[in-house]
Design a protein around this ligand. Structure first.
Ligand code: ADP
Ligand code: MG
Length: 721
């Protein structure tokens, strides 16, 4: 792991070489720097600093300046209590006139604090926080600012719950009243007012040190405020407009950095020499002749595009995007066969063992008759078989190696590798893609993904790749019918399932998602399978699949399912990606509300792969409105692009970069759907800039370069773990 991260780091170093360290002028006393610890700020004690560090990863003044508000409260005007309506989230301000602790029968202590603003009286209601009474008692007759939700309003008075409150210490504290006030993410030992004060001091004493990363002309062109101004306005905006301008600036910065990296990579890729595969038509025709079905128009077009890449001396760097079930595998096969017929080896890498095995079987079935040798290389092969496979790959006897990331381990030596194909690339993440190249996987690379994202975004996120889209499903596919049922309707769902099984279909039952805990997931799946076998579907054979099983057991189960020995397969999300068993036409997903929509779409994509009508039965009792919205959307549409867009809105961009596991933390206020125009501007500027100064070597780009490089390293640091 460490070596791989180190290698990617080298890549970054190559792309943006470090300058010669400038001669520092040592005579000056240690100046202020954004790297100073927060304890250098007035009022920041060791204890407070420790809390900031532990809970918020804020160590230096620079960290603090990047600790952006979670939201803002407009305290230029407080809402008069008499105007507050039921359900509204508002900020009010009033004098404390009474404080009471009220025990209730359910052993909850209510603390009720009455605030009077002359227009009316509001009660702040706290649950089980009896100790607050003491604090409010001290504030009797003083003004308190409170933000919360009006849980009851009207004649009987106003109750506010989920309250955040503050007693502006004294009139001098202009930070917490009479302005748009920032509200920061907090942690134990760091109160809102104190964090706010610390950020304020940081801005006052260090704000001017933030080095501008964007040139004046760029800022003019794109109407972006200077960094120093933006920093001040993102924390303590004078007006809503100033805040929006600042926000736009930071969103731009975020995208600009990413686009610069992609542009650097794209430039490198374009210069890279690949293999010339002179003969492309022959192999394509050869494949078409043995396929049991004609290619769709979209498949043929995409194969044409990649064949052109392969025939040219420039290294191929292409992304193939196609919704689940669009038929990406056969497109990959065309590329693999072109490589083989031109005298090279080719490799196909998949993210899971189950998928690697499936590809191995499928490709071998088609290619064996053509005299092409296919080998499987996965981490779980018995030592003897692995040795044999390695030897066969090294001697060149193997034409096509299929495997998991075991394919890029150090012990794998190819005789004459000409092409690397990566399936379900989003599973590997953006950084692993860089690692692959670094590993010399092959100069010619084809990556495939089913995560459909809006086209404008594709171009910007995969900006270093050429993109082909398979925008057509094979003929005869019927849209999957999706129904959402509540937990108490489970019996009815099982009866539907039984009816479908009787028709000779096979079905998946996906066990509920238990975050990050494979052991618990495995246990839940085992229990569910046992229950279904012994109590519900006694007349059928129920199989089990989960991540804790040995690879050979998993393969055994998949084989029995494929061979129709099992009618029902209870599984965790290990089948999420790529699994293709066309006769399986029903999928039941338990606790569907726990899954994201992209994931539900992937899971649902396991069915609807043949020409029978397929069904997806979602069981879930969502606890939030978002949850209901997700399941409703799933029941209404099978359009992957639409679902991806909705999913993006709900989940934010972490996933969409494909870098979540690499720790590239997007800004809290980036909204990838809303901010697409900014993203486009950032992309244009990044390309222009690199045209003029490909290595960011000019002195005026030093600050920008430093930021981009440090960001790159952050990503690497986290992905190495
Ligand atoms: P994905 O794009 O999700 O990887 P697959 O490559 O697994 O999709 O293909 C899904 C199913 O569609 C497979 O069973 C495959 O055999 C079938 N298929 C692919 N292309 C065609 C086609 N042109 N006509 C009919 N069936 C096809
Ligand atoms: Mg696939």
């Amino acid at each position: 792991m460490v070596t791989r991260a180190a290698k990617v780091k080298d890549l970054a170093e190559d792309a943006l070489p470090a300058e010669e360290a400038p001669e520092e002028a040592p005579e000056e006393a240690p100046e202020k720097s954004l790297d100073d610890l927060v304890t250098r700020l007035p009022g920041v004690t060791e204890q407070f600093a420790a809390a900031l560090g532990k809970g918020l990863a804020v160590h230096t003044v620079g960290d603090l300046l990047r600790h952006y508000p979670r939201r803002y409260e407009d305290r230029t005007h407080f809402k008069p209590i008499c105007d507050v309506r039921h359900g509204e989230a508002v900020t009010i301000s009033g004098k404390v006139i009474s404080v009471e602790n009220i025990p209730t029968r359910s052993r909850v202590t209510l603390t009720k604090v009455a605030l009077d603003d002359r227009s009316g009286i509001a009660f702040l209601v706290f649950f089980n926080q009896w100790y607050l009474k003491k604090q409010f008692d001290k504030l009797r007759g003083k003004v308190v600012v409170a933000y919360g939700k009006a849980s009851r309003a009207g004649r009987g008075g106003l109750d506010m719950t989920d309250v955040e409150w503050e007693a502006p210490e004294d009139d001098k504290d202009a930070l917490s009243s009479g302005r748009i006030v920032p509200v920061y993410p907090l942690t134990e030992g760091a109160l809102q007012a104190r964090v706010r004060r610390a950020v304020w001091s940081a801005l006052e004493e260090y704000g001017h040190l933030a080095s501008e990363t964007l040139s004046l002309s760029l800022r003019d062109r794109r109407a972006l405020p200077p960094l120093v101004e933006a920093l001040r306005a993102i924390h303590f905006p004078e007006t809503e407009d100033a805040r929006l301008a600042a926000q736009r600036r930071f969103v731009f910065d975020e995208f600009f950095g990413l686009q610069l990296l992609l542009a650097v990579r794209k430039r490198q890729a374009d210069k890279m020499q690949g293999t010339v595969f002179a003969e492309t038509n022959g192999p394509i025709e050869e494949l078409k002749a043995v396929l049991p079905y004609p290619l769709t128009g979209a498949q043929a077009r995409v194969i044409g595009e990649l064949a052109k890449d392969m025939a040219s001396p420039r290294a191929m760097n292409r992304l193939i995007q196609g919704d689940v079930g669009a038929g990406k595998t056969v497109v990959a096969m065309a590329a693999l066969l072109i490589a083989v017929r031109n005298g090279y080896q080719a490799a196909l890498m998949a993210p899971t063992e189950i998928l690697a095995e499936q590809h191995y079987l499928g490709i071998r079935r088609i290619m064996e008759s053509m005299g092409v040798t296919v080998s499987l290389l996965s981490g779980s092969l018995p030592a003897k078989e692995k040795r044999a496979a390695l030897a066969s790959v090294a001697s060149g006897e193997t034409h096509i190696a299929v495997g998991t990331h075991a394919l890029i381990q150090d012990d794998v030596v190819f005789h004459r590798l000409g092409l690397g194909v990566v399936d379900e690339q989003h599973r590997f993440g953006v950084m692993q893609r860089a690692a692959l190249k670094q590993k010399g996987f092959s100069p010619d690379v084809l990556v495939m993904t089913a995560t459909p994202i809006p086209r404008t975004l594709t171009l910007t996120v995969y900006g270093d790749l050429d993109v082909s889209i398979i925008d057509q499903l094979p003929p005869g596919r019927k849209p999957i019918k999706t129904h959402w049922k509540r937990g108490h309707e489970r019996q009815a769902v099982y009866e539907t399932l039984r009816r479908l099984l009787k028709e000779g279909r096979q079905a998946y039952v996906i066990c509920s998602l238990i975050e990050e805990n494979e052991k618990l997931q495995a246990r839940a799946a085992t229990e569910l399978a046992g229950h279904l076998q012994t109590h519900v579907f006694t007349e059928y054979k129920v199989g089990l699949l989960h991540g804790q099983m040995k690879p050979s057991e998993k393969e055994g189960t998949m084989t029995r399912f494929r061979d129709r020995e099992l009618q029902l397969l209870v599984s965790t999300t290990v089948i999420e990606v790529g699994v293709d068993v066309p006769n399986a036409s029903v999928i039941v997903i338990e606790d569907a509300d726990r899954f994201g929509m992209a994931q539900l779409h992937q899971l649902r994509g396991r069915v609807g792969r043949g020409d029978t009508q397929s069904y997806c039965l979602l069981i879930g009792d969502p606890k939030t409105e978002d949850g209901s919205a997700r399941l409703t959307t799933m029941a209404q549409t099978t359009d992957g692009f639409l679902i991806a867009e909705e999913d993006l809105k709900l989940r934010g961009p972490g996933d969409f970069y494909g870098t979540r596991q690499s720790g590239l933390q997007p800004l809290p206020f980036v909204d990838v759907v809303r901010d697409v125009p900014v993203l486009k501007e950032a992309r244009e500027e990044a390309w222009t800039l690199l045209q003029e100064d490909p290595k960011l070597a000019r002195p005026e780009h030093a600050a920008l370069k430093a930021v981009v490089k440090s960001k790159y390293k952050n990503v690497l640091g986290l992905s190495a773990s």
